[in-house]
Unconditional design. Structure first.
Length: 69
């Protein structure tokens, strides 16, 4: 959420931007994607990803999520 300048009261959260809208990502174990605050972590730099899932009630429920170069 930090990379998209979205403030949440949940602390650190993964997010995706789809068609210009930012959504919190649900259904993933954030630990799988490394240390969020590492130099290359998702809180420090924006990364492209191929995602599958569904947007419901303002959140993105991921069924797959893979970073791409």
């Amino acid at each position: 959420m930090c990379q998209f300048k979205v403030k949440t009261d949940k602390g650190c959260a993964m997010a995706v931007k789809i068609d210009g809208k930012v959504y919190n990502v649900e259904g993933l174990d954030k630990k799988t994607y490394g240390n969020a605050h590492a130099e290359d972590g998702y809180c420090k730099i924006m990364k492209k990803a191929i995602v599958s899932g569904e947007v419901k009630k303002g959140k993105f429920y991921a069924t797959s999520f893979k970073y791409v170069d």
